[in-house]
Design a protein around this ligand. Structure first.
Ligand code: RP5
Length: 177
């Protein structure tokens, strides 16, 4: 879901340091799509293309983006750099892209100096999904329709836990446990 058409009424910009991060970020993409939140997803690197990163952030701000999701691996400075450019909330997704298993990206993303926060989520796909959920929760503060969709999702999750417990109890009972 990228391109000019989707940038009209843009709410979230997802930035990834490389296209190799995309399999992880698809989690965020699909959640935002399910929630009907207009977003764009672009590749730009804090290190390899700093000027492009700056331009994309300014463009997205002008298009109305309220939240930025930034994902990168290794020395993951993308979220921090974006947080230095914009006043809007930045959510950082550390990606496991090195022999250090994502710990390098986690520390680089989360350890921001005072005054420049990055809301850092878990490493990998769980983090990417949570980044999208958190972005929706931020936007839902001023969007009652989106708030209702999130409430429905939370009810569904709770029902899912009950259903799993019921299944487990049936299995245990069948075994005479
Ligand atoms: C980071 O370096 C990217 O976000 C990616 O996770 C990692 C490796 O990038 P590629 O060499 O695959 O482009 O900047």
């Amino acid at each position: 879901m990228t391109g000019e058409r989707e940038r009209e009424g843009l709410k979230v910009l997802i930035l990834m340091g490389s296209d190799s991060d995309y399999p992880v970020l698809q989690e965020a993409e699909s959640f935002l799509a399910t929630m009907g939140v207009p977003f764009d997803l672009r590749v730009s690197s804090a290190h390899r293309s700093p000027e492009r990163t700056h331009a994309l952030v300014k463009e997205a701000e002008a298009a109305g983006a309220g939240v930025f999701i930034c994902a990168a691996g290794m020395a993951a400075h993308l979220a921090g750099v974006v947080a230095g450019i914009t006043r809007r909330p930045v959510i950082g997704v550390p990606v496991d892209a090195s022999p250090l298993g994502g710990l390098d990206a986690l520390l680089a993303t989360v350890q921001m100096p005072p005054g420049v926060p990055v809301a850092t989520v878990a490493v990998g796909k769980a983090g990417a999904r949570n980044a999208a959920v958190l972005a929706c929760q931020i936007l839902a503060l001023s969007d009652p329709g989106l708030a209702e969709k999130l409430d429905a999702m939370k009810r569904e999750m709770a029902a899912g836990v009950e259903a799993r417990d019921a299944t487990l109890q049936r299995r245990r009972a069948a075994k005479g446990g």
